[in-house]
Design a protein around this ligand. Structure first.
Ligand code: HEM
Length: 451
């Protein structure tokens, strides 16, 4: 897949992700929230609609972005031939069919359970084809001597590998949950849904988001390179950061599968603090931030996203220790998903994606507005959900609808900005799209990686 063939595929994954973010994701999420606020009861929406929203956001939006961007950039990072165009499009078709079918099954009552199983199989098949392209095909090419195999030694790659293994495990549990769903129902059994939530967030989305942060966040914020995997956190010489983080992700997966959710939450909190330390997000930068073409305050929003991550992980521990406090799990989850994941993507995607696709960002003003509104909406949501759920008559119930509408506006502005960016005709740019988003001298080697 050459540069010309890779860009339409990336654009297709991004378009799928933007659609799922806006419509099945946020519109259904806000609808659920309005129902909850009106009834002052967390169980007001049908469980299938709550799950349809969560799946649309995690797999439909974040998953489509991650797979599309990985197929586009990883071969370039690793200096291997780009992926096969036909298999790339097959990945997109299987993945998109899977996330679309799950959403339709969740919000319609037509043969929902068989549709959930087919949807889970389609997503798993899409994932397997993507891993053939990213892992097996390059290894076979290296064995045949057509490319040089360079083992990934930097921290970002290790987190990325852990995250893709986590996605595989998540999709297997997703299939088990679909098969275990009662005939005629569109809602996974609650126990399996809870396991799926923990796995999808802590073994898939976060390791990969943090893995990419080791490259992109460090570069844009002008930070010192992430600590190498051989670094010794807390000054303990026997600790090796790379192995420790990988072990924590594995332990999170095992504890979630065993439903030991307090252990999961504590491990997730430790993982969060260690990765924030490893990425040096709050250390003084060594260079000015790389903000050409985007809102100049985006570095501050990226740091804020990492603040939300720490808050979300801490709320997760509190929620696991006090299961009776009804609003804490949702508040913690959305501090992570909206506060961290969405803010990070809203701050970095306008810098990265237009460069990949030979475009110029449509509007810095829209970018700034989406980031401010997302921050305000998330803060209102986290505080009011924690205060309201389980507390009839609390002031939080009045604030919840406002938080949802503010977040929805932020999402729509982000989608509008990127949609308008990609709708504009390509302009003439340099040969390598990556050079556009990397510092002037091109990509510098990460710490722990050979130049
Ligand atoms: C932007 C506005 C959003 C709104 C208004 C919203 C609303 C909701 C609501 C009302 C619930 C039901 C549980 C609860 O009350 O806490 C929920 C659950 C959930 N949300 Fe969101 N959400 C939003 C964004 C997101 C994003 C960006 C993600 C992920 C990237 C996400 C992932 C989830 C997940 C995984 C669940 C749990 C689903 C389940 O129980 O199976 N949400 N959301």
């Amino acid at each position: 897949m050459d540069g010309r063939g890779g860009r339409p595929l990336l654009a297709a994954f991004i378009a799928t992700g933007l659609f799922f973010l806006a419509m099945p994701g946020t519109v259904i999420g806000v609808g659920n929230l309005l129902l909850i606020a009106a009834a002052q009861a967390a169980a007001a929406p049908a469980p299938a609609w709550i799950q349809a929203h969560g799946q649309a956001q995690i797999f439909g939006w974040v998953g489509s972005f991650i797979i599309g961007i990985s197929l586009f950039v990883l071969p370039r990072f690793r200096g291997i031939p780009p992926a096969s165009a036909v298999l790339g499009w097959l990945t997109w078709a299987l993945w998109t069919a899977g996330v679309t079918l799950h959403w339709l099954a969740g919000v319609n009552d037509i043969a929902p359970q068989p549709a959930l199983v087919v949807a889970a199989l389609l997503r798993l098949a899409g994932f397997l084809v993507s891993q053939y392209l990213l892992v097996i095909a390059p290894l076979r090419a290296a064995r045949a001597g057509t490319v040089r195999h360079r083992p990934a030694r930097d921290l970002g790659s290790m987190l990325g590998i852990a995250g893709f293994c986590g996605l595989g495990a998540t999709l297997v549990v997703d299939l088990v949950a679909a098969v275990s769903t009662a005939p005629g129902s569109a809602a996974y059994p609650p126990a399996l849904d809870r396991i799926l939530l923990e796995l999808s967030l802590w073994t898939f989305v976060l390791p990969i988001a943090l893995g990419y942060s080791a490259r992109f966040t460090s570069m844009f914020l002008g930070l010192r390179p992430a600590h190498p995997p051989q670094a010794t956190p807390l000054g303990v010489r026997s600790l090796d950061l790379g192995r420790l983080l990988t072990l924590i992700v594995v332990a999170i997966a095992i504890s979630a599968l065993l439903q030991a959710f307090i252990v999961t939450a504590i491990l997730a909190f430790a993982f969060t603090l260690l990765t924030i330390w490893a990425l040096r997000v709050f250390e003084p930068p060594e260079r000015p931030a790389f903000t050409a073409g985007v809102d100049a305050r985006s570095p501050a929003f990226v740091r804020l996203a990492f603040g939300w991550l720490a808050i979300g992980a801490a709320l997760g521990v509190a929620a696991a220790m006090q299961p009776a406090a009804g609003g804490l799990p949702g508040a913690g989850r959305h501090a992570i998903t909206v506060g961290f994941v969405a803010t990070l993507i809203f701050a970095l995607a306008p810098r990265l994606l237009p460069g990949f696709l030979h475009r110029r960002l449509f509007s810095r003003g829209l970018m700034a507005a989406s980031l401010w509104l997302l921050t305000i909406g998330c803060a209102l949501r986290v505080v009011s959900e924690a205060a309201a759920y389980g507390m009839p008559g609390s002031w939080g119930w009045q604030v919840l609808p406002l938080s949802g509408v503010t977040e929805l506006t932020a999402v729509l502005l982000f989608v509008l900005n990127l949609g308008a960016t990609f709708a504009c005709r390509p302009r003439g740019v340099a040969e390598s799209p990556l050079l556009e988003v990397l510092p002037a001298a091109g990509r510098r080697p990460m710490e722990g990686e050979r130049p």
